[in-house]
Write a protein that binds this ligand. Structure first.
Ligand SMILES: Cc1cc2nc3c(=O)[nH]c(=O)nc-3n(C[C@H](O)[C@H](O)[C@H](O)COP(=O)(O)OP(=O)(O)OC[C@H]3O[C@@H](n4cnc5c(N)ncnc54)[C@H](O)[C@@H]3O)c2cc1C
Length: 288
């Protein structure tokens, strides 16, 4: 199917993109990689009269190492995240998660900003962004503001971005020394979307005591979320196999898995428990 007719705009600055959003309001949509928006337009689930393309806006597609954090432009593609030597060295969780998305075609076109702004409940990056406690910058007609990962994902396909705002960049703190991480994805064999995806980030203190652990989960409910109970259960304890197994067995508590064509709520809860155990085990194995 073809999308409904629309007018195409290619602003050459962020200010122009924001001005166009203000002018056309609800009739307008931003487009970045188009890999989530265009399928919806072709199905006519959404019919924007104006498409505002971010591809000509300079400075939105880069990865900057600023010491204690890495700043990523919203139009940076999944392939760029995966291939980034800065991320592989300093924040491997993000590079690894991006490398699990779809196939090379999807990773070459899809962007981190598009994925986060779209907030698909099965998208991979939100799990890593939550575990890394990243901070989003939203720019709109009234200037810019920061939104924490915790506050960003509001519900199914819904974020804390206002209608007139553009997500411009994502600041990701570099994990402290003695940290390890892993993204564990149970992918649908056809779509490659996550039935369940778990991003784990663990930091050890002296005597291998878990100083800090953060777990982001995607695919289960209406939005990506943190496994707060498991995090609390592990913090301050010495990391070993029995502890991880025990804590992971509670990982689905407090979540409300969606039953759908891919599986029942019970099946999804089982996948959560197994994936949390695997992600934590791999994260601990990767601590250097
Ligand atoms: C075959 C296929 C397989 C896929 N598999 C996976 C997978 O395994 N895992 C996964 O996570 N994803 C998967 N995706 C989705 C893919 O990663 C998308 O590219 C991504 O979710 C959206 O990024 P985009 O740049 O294409 O956004 P677009 O489609 O251009 O935009 C998506 C939405 O975000 C808004 N938007 C875009 N950029 C901004 C911005 N800077 N500020 C504010 N709003 C913005 C748009 O208005 C739109 O509403 C798949 C897609 C396809 C087609």
């Amino acid at each position: 199917m073809y999308p409904a007719p629309f007018e195409y705009h290619a602003p050459s600055s962020l200010d122009d993109a924001i001005a166009l959003l203000s002018t056309y309001g609800e009739d307008a949509k931003l487009i970045a990689g188009g890999h989530s928006l265009l399928p919806l337009m072709k199905l006519r689930f959404t019919q924007p009269a104006h498409l505002i393309d971010l591809r000509m806006v300079p400075g939105l597609a880069d990865i900057r190492d600023v010491g204690s954090s890495v700043v990523i432009g919203a139009r940076t593609t999944h392939a760029m995240l995966e291939a980034s030597s800065v991320l592989q060295r300093k924040i491997p969780l993000l590079a690894q998660t991006a490398g699990c998305i779809g196939d090379p075609l999807v990773r070459n076109a899809g962007t981190i900003g598009g994925s986060l702004a779209h907030a698909d409940p099965g998208a991979d990056l939100p799990a890593a962004i939550l575990a890394l406690e990243a901070e989003m910058t939203a720019v709109g007609p009234r200037g810019s503001r920061k939104i924490s990962a915790h506050d960003f994902f509001v519900g199914m396909l819904t974020t804390a971005l206002d209608a007139g705002e553009v997500l411009s960049e994502i600041r990701v703190p570099v994990p402290p020394a003695r940290s390890g991480s892993a993204y564990e994805k149970f992918a649908h064999p056809a779509s490659r979307y996550a039935l369940v995806g778990v991003a784990a980030l663990v930091t050890l203190g002296s005597g291998d005591v878990i100083q800090q652990v953060r777990i982001g989960i995607t695919g289960v409910g209406a939005r990506a979320t943190r496994a707060a109970t498991v995090e609390q259960e592990l913090t301050g304890k010495r990391a070993d196999e029995a502890l991880i197994r025990d804590a992971a067995s509670h990982a689905a508590e407090g979540l409300e898995p969606r039953g759908d064509l891919q599986g029942s709520p019970e099946y999804k809860a089982h996948l959560v428990r197994v994936s949390v155990r695997k992600a934590l085990t791999r994260a601990l194995d990767s601590v250097v």
